[in-house]
Design a binder for this molecule. Structure first.
Ligand code: IMP
Ligand code: MG
Length: 179
């Protein structure tokens, strides 16, 4: 594994995002919906960098269907508890890859009549994106690669690492050969 974004760079970028969000939502209350498990670390850092009245909720999503299949079903394992009618909602997650999970979840939240729903991800990974979808806010954009750390996992490992790493093909191959 190789460090792609060290913790110091992440901290700086989260501060910049916090400032941007603070200025763009000026005068409004923000309803943060953090997606577990991957978004836990980013969300907890981000809310401390946003100078606005904030409410925060946590949800769990699970997506079915493999990446080669056009059928992706996103299930909401645990939904928000409060009401978001008339509120400005910001979904916070670790990464947007194909975009299926977050687009489906945004649609679900839009059905609850919020004032707005936007998406903020730490990473915007573009190479497998299906359709013209982009997170409204993102920390870093990468083209490809499997990354871990700062909430992101590989088979539930590495989430707690403070830096973001890219798993080089040789690493995953080694694990497959010698699990
Ligand atoms: P989607 O393809 O945008 O729906 O993303 C589905 C989920 O795949 C994300 O929320 C992540 O949990 C996971 N994922 C996609 N790419 C990576 C990665 O590079 N590292 C870790 N998890 C990833
Ligand atoms: Mg995730």
């Amino acid at each position: 594994m190789k460090v792609l974004f060290p913790a110091s760079v992440i901290t700086q970028r989260v501060r910049e995002l916090g400032k941007k969000i603070t200025s763009e939502y000026q005068g409004k209350d923000l309803y943060i919906v953090a997606v577990l498990k991957g978004g836990f670390m980013f969300a907890s850092d981000l809310v401390r960098c946003v100078d606005l009245p904030i409410r925060i909720e946590f949800v769990r999503l699970s997506s079915y269907g493999c990446s080669d299949s056009p059928q992706h079903e996103v299930r909401i394992l645990s939904d928000i508890e409060g009401t978001i009618t008339g509120r400005h909602v910001l979904i916070v997650d670790d990464i947007m890859d194909t975009g299926h999970s977050l687009v489906a979840f945004r649609k679900h939240l839009e059905g609850k009549n919020p004032a707005s729903v936007k998406i903020c991800t730490m990473i915007d990974k573009t190479c497998r994106r299906e359709g013209p979808i982009r997170p409204d806010y993102c920390g870093f954009r990468i083209e490809d690669g499997f990354i871990v750390g700062y909430g992101l996992d590989y088979a539930e490992d590495y989430r707690a690492l403070p830096d973001i790493y890219v798993i080089e093909p040789a690493d995953s191959q080694r694990e497959e050969e010698h699990p």
